[in-house]
Ligand binder design. Sequence first.
Ligand code: FMN
Length: 295
Amino acid sequence: MVVIRPGPVTVGGVALDNHLLLAAGVLGTTGASLARMLQLGAGGVVTKSIGPEPKDGHHGPCVAVLDDGLLNAMGLPNPSKDFIEELEPVAKKPVIASIFGGTPAEFARVARWFLDRVSGFELNLSCPHAEGYGAAIGTDPARVEACTRAVSTLGMPTWVKLTPNVTDITAIGKAAERGGASAIVAINTVKAMRISTGLQRPVLGNRYGGLSGSMIFPVAVRCVYELYEACKIPIIGCGGIATADNVVEMMMAGASAVEIGSAVRDDITIFETIKKDLYAKKGIPPEEIIGCAHA
Ligand SMILES: Cc1cc2nc3c(=O)[nH]c(=O)nc-3n(C[C@H](O)[C@H](O)[C@H](O)COP(=O)(O)O)c2cc1C
């Protein structure tokens, strides 16, 4: 297996302790769980998505555990501005605030609450199950550009997280780039559903949800590969990553770093496990691996 050289890395304007970040939302809204993941080897952490008003989320069931992944329709539950208090245990650490809004002005309002309290922002323009938010905006290049610009002009690193639920993800990536994004995160969950044959009803309270975990890894690799050919800004790969070999494959597709979500729920020691397999002092410099599949 390919191993890479360890060391701190700067991606999209954010200094990270290594190439592995906790993905947004999978561990809920507490600062304590973000601090724990940093202690357990994450090179950076992304918060739960925080919006302009407190939100309870969808009626349950909100999560279904499948053989090789998760299906969720949380509905972006979050405490809104009160989340600031949760950032205390992770002050001055590599923390990215995931934020959402329904308009550019709402994105800017939420971002201002967190200015100088975090290392950067990740715009959730990709959640597939929140009416008026997330992918409802993130499938329209003009709105993606406007929301990105509303935050990037505040002067902090601005990552934009994309939905795979579009015909051409590169059109959305290029819109984020035009709006001043410092990096693209690909991907959020894949819109999906299951039906209980016993109950003869959809499994999730919201009927539709987002699929994550190993099942979506090939979709994520394809999206990162396409974005690498179309965009100049760095890409952070996300979706189904569970092993060091998955990380290397994502890097070969074009990712400069990766985010890990569902696999953390299965094994909270995953960051250390992957680091043990991924890094060696005499490993290949990461720059030689990133995007090498395009040569
Ligand atoms: C329970 C759960 C909650 C999530 N909450 C958020 C969220 O608040 N914001 C966001 O951008 N993505 C959210 N996601 C998506 C993940 O950050 C990630 O993009 C997705 O799960 C794919 O990565 P994975 O296969 O490693 O989990 C959530 C995923 C799950 C499973």
